[in-house]
Design a protein around this ligand. Structure first.
Ligand code: PLP
Length: 267
């Protein structure tokens, strides 16, 4: 018997790494999907041992294990939107790109996780070039942070003009749209993001939130975008709603552990 409250629910899939501290990665994504009223499914790419102070170990799954998780969800449940987060090596990126093509996934958010917000490298050089050539061209929305945007464009970002130029340059990699996030910047650029879809260039501003507890910001933003896409929002509306969401999450960031805590969702 169906429960009395039965109704169709949008479904989102995250393909990302696990964060044992619960602040970023899969844990942040599933929480964000839930708080955005979307059922969350997941394909785990790697298991990190980490807390608020350090990542002490990373165990990477095989490409076959990652694909099996995606196919299991695709064959039965399906999904309205997909996001990718930490894809630790070229083999996994290639396998994910092939699966995206095979399943004709149109609603794909690629968060090109390469460097954490604190500036630490999370994937190797080979993985970066594979991401550029094989996965990014399939993205509906690509969401690099300041450091990732600098790596992808080979240009540095110091000013808003730089951010705009980098958005236009990165769009050439083939994603339908790009959102350059200024969260990792200082001064005026903090809280400023730049959106470009080949025609429309928009500067999106929010007042910077003064908190050291920003772990999981990028994951949460891209998951919120995927959730909004799953709820049938068009891309720029999804980005604007997700930006409001992450701004609130920063205002409600958690002071847990001894290092920088994660953004919070209880608001
Ligand atoms: N994914 C995983 C598994 C991570 O451990 C991290 C950072 O530690 C990230 C993604 C990126 O996190 P953020 O959203 O803070 O950029």
């Amino acid at each position: 018997m169906l429960p009395l409250t039965y109704r169709p629910v949008p479904v989102a899939l995250t393909i990302a790494g696990s964060d044992s501290g619960g602040g970023a990665g899969i844990q942040a994504d599933l929480r964000t999907f839930a708080f955005n009223q979307v059922h969350g499914t997941s394909a785990i790419t790697c298991v990190t041992a980490q807390n608020t102070m350090a990542v002490t170990r990373v165990d990477v799954l095989s490409p076959e294990a990652v694909i099996a998780q995606i196919e299991a969800v695709a064959e039965d449940i399906g999904f309205d939107a997909v996001k990718t987060g930490m894809l630790p090596n070229a083999e996994i990126i290639l396998a994910v790109a092939q699966t995206v093509q095979k399943n004709n996934l149109q609603t794909l958010v690629v968060d090109p996780v390469m460097v954490s917000r604190a500036g630490a490298r999370l994937i190797d050089e080979d993985a970066i070039s594979t991401l550029k050539t094989h996965l990014i061209p399939h993205a509906l929305i690509l969401t690099p942070n300041r450091y990732e945007a600098e790596i992808l464009s080979d240009q540095s970002i110091e000013t808003l003009q730089d951010m705009k130029a980098v958005a236009i340059a990165i769009h050439q990699l083939g994603s339908q749209s790009v959102l350059i996030k200024g969260g990792g910047c200082t001064g005026d650029l903090q809280g400023t993001d730049v959106w470009f879809d080949g025609q429309q260039l928009e500067v999106l501003k929010a007042d910077p939130v003064p908190t050291p507890n920003t772990h999981g910001t990028g994951c949460t933003l891209s998951a919120a975008i995927a959730a909004q896409l799953a709820l049938s929002q068009p891309p720029l509306n999804a980005v604007k709603a997700a930006k409001d969401y992450i701004t609130q999450a920063l205002h409600h960031a958690l002071q847990i552990g001894q290092g920088p805590g994660p953004v919070g969702h209880w608001f």
